[in-house]
Design a protein around this ligand. Structure first.
Ligand code: PLP
Length: 496
């Protein structure tokens, strides 16, 4: 048996070729430590079906904070080093490891930047976690409308012009939150937004859940380069780490690192998972060392695939020049947004066909589109698999007419009668969805994915919300609500 010495790993001369936390964890897992601590599976000592399925080494690496492995809430050695390397590789001043996804990063951004009662400018098509962050923090939202793409039936980002207008109308706004890139990969002019917001004294927060890979891609501007103050990015989505692991990045001094550290440690578990944290460290190293080459390799494969997909005339793929001509925004080509309504079919139908007939799992469907996420894990073979399935569907499933629908984009502007936090704490009751018109919602109704709310707590439920709800229920059956009974919604009691 080895005696484990209580030493800390040197914190000097950090290089992107290092992965200090990952290496320390592997060393620990391979040591012959006799465990009398938690977790109680004791590094997978018991032979169980779960161990058979995930492998003994994974359980050996599922350990708790001990001196060799540092502590997320007060990092001094290997976690500190790993976070410093992450900050360096993303060009930020500080990086914080998150073990509850970008969701917790968004909550932390709101709590760190705004006091209760201060105003946050935010796109209405923000993710549900932003709405929940408003309830937790007590910030007052002022919603900005995103650009609506009728052709693809989706919404893009909010324009710099709309942000400037919102700042003019709300001169005391404390912060502006921007989704960059959007779920569909569109990117607004964030550099200009940062300049305008900073000139107006507002902090810029970026939900970059879908942008962990941007820094590795030629010609893309990542949120830190654009000048954002706080950025949360889901490394687990496109950066190669394990599900739930994200990064919170801080730049400049509009918010202190101390404040961010306090808030993240307040919101996160005291038993942060080392598999997740070490996967952040390992994925950062991969991206830093090999990311650029990997995306360069993929680009011509994707260009060729797009040409092939569009060759039959029924599909259209969302492209950078299209988005930039129509909306002055750019597009990330790793989000393959394919318009399929030319087949006379909804995106939901094509999504199901791809899954059932060809075993292809797409990231999401909408009324007119399906979307595939491409990462360095893809190869010519996987891309060919998708293109040939799409061409087969085109050959065998095309209807005579293009499909049109009034309900593909959630672009209605609902009246915000009370703050999401006030609605959350108000007395509530459950009513059938059809009886809810005119009532104030205490619920978030959303389509998942992408998790964009149809209505949020505090908003008045309109006829349009109900029609949208019915469309998604009927087309896809994936409208999520917090209400216990399906077909019902929680509203503020007596609120008309
Ligand atoms: C735009 C956006 N923001 C935030 C989130 C939350 O990210 P996470 O799953 O890492 O908590 C998501 C998740 O899909 C998202 O799409």
């Amino acid at each position: 048996m080895n005696i484990v010495k209580e030493t800390t790993v040197p914190t000097r001369n950090l290089l992107q070729t290092d992965a200090p936390l990952f290496d320390a964890l592997v060393r620990y897992a391979n040591s012959e430590t006799v465990s009398f601590d938690v977790p109680g599976h004791k590094m997978g000592a018991l032979n169980t079906p779960f161990r058979d399925a995930i492998g003994e080494q994974a359980l050996k690496m599922d350990v708790n904070s001990m001196v060799e492995l540092d502590l997320l809430s007060h990092p001094k050695s290997v976690i500190k080093d790993a976070q410093e390397l992450a900050a360096q590789s993303f060009g930020a001043d500080h990086a914080f490891f998150l073990v509850n996804g970008t969701t917790v990063g968004i909550h932390a951004m709101l709590l760190a930047s705004c006091k209760p009662g201060e105003t946050l400018l935010v796109p209405r098509n923000c993710h549900k976690s932003v709405i929940d962050g408003m309830i937790l923090s007590g910030v007052l939202p002022t919603f900005m409308q995103p650009e609506v793409d009728e052709q693809f039936g989706i919404s893009h980002s909010v324009s710099a012009e709309n942000v400037a207008k919102a700042l003019k109308e709300n001169p005391t706004a404390k912060a502006v939150l921007v989704t960059y890139p959007t779920y569909f990969g569109t990117m607004t002019d964030l550099k200009t937004i940062c300049e305008i917001a900073h000139a107006a004294g507002a902090i810029v927060l970026v939900d970059a859940a879908h942008g962990a890979h941007l820094r590795s891609m030629e010609g893309m501007i990542d949120p830190i380069q654009a000048g954002a103050d706080l950025v949360t990015t889901s490394m687990h989505k496109t950066g190669g780490s394990l599900t739930q692991s994200s990064l919170l990045l801080l730049q400049g001094n509009r918010i202190t690192a101390d404040k961010v550290r306090k808030v993240t440690s307040m919101l996160q578990t005291t038993s942060a998972n080392y598999l997740l944290m070490s996967s952040l460290d390992a994925a950062r190293r991969e991206l830093a060392l090999h990311g650029a080459n990997a995306f360069q390799r993929l680009k011509p494969i994707i260009d060729e695939a797009i040409e092939l997909i569009e060759s039959g005339g029924h599909y259209e793929v969302l492209k950078n020049n299209n988005v930039s001509n129509r909306f002055l925004q750019s597009h990330d080509w790793t989000k393959l947004v394919i318009r399929v309504n030319g087949l006379g079919r909804t995106g939901f139908e094509v999504y199901s066909l791809l899954k059932q007939r060809y075993g292809i799992q797409m990231e999401l469907a909408e009324g007119y589109v399906v979307m595939a996420v491409v990462t360095p894990a893809d190869t010519t073979t996987t891309i060919e698999c998708l293109t040939s399935a799409l061409l087969d569907i085109e050959r065998t499933c095309t209807k005579p007419h293009v499909l049109h629908s009034a309900w593909t984009v959630v672009d209605s502007v609902n009246e915000l009668v009370m703050t999401p936090r006030d609605a959350f704490y108000a007395e509530q009751e459950s009513v059938a969805i059809d009886d809810a018109i005119g009532r104030i919602s205490a619920d978030t109704l959303m389509i998942y994915p992408p998790g964009i709310p149809l209505v949020i707590p505090g908003e008045r439920i309109t006829c349009e919300v109900i029609q949208h709800y019915a469309y998604y229920e009927q087309a896809f059956g994936s409208v999520l609500s917090e209400s216990k009974q399906s077909g019902s919604v929680t509203v503020v009691k007596g609120g008309f």
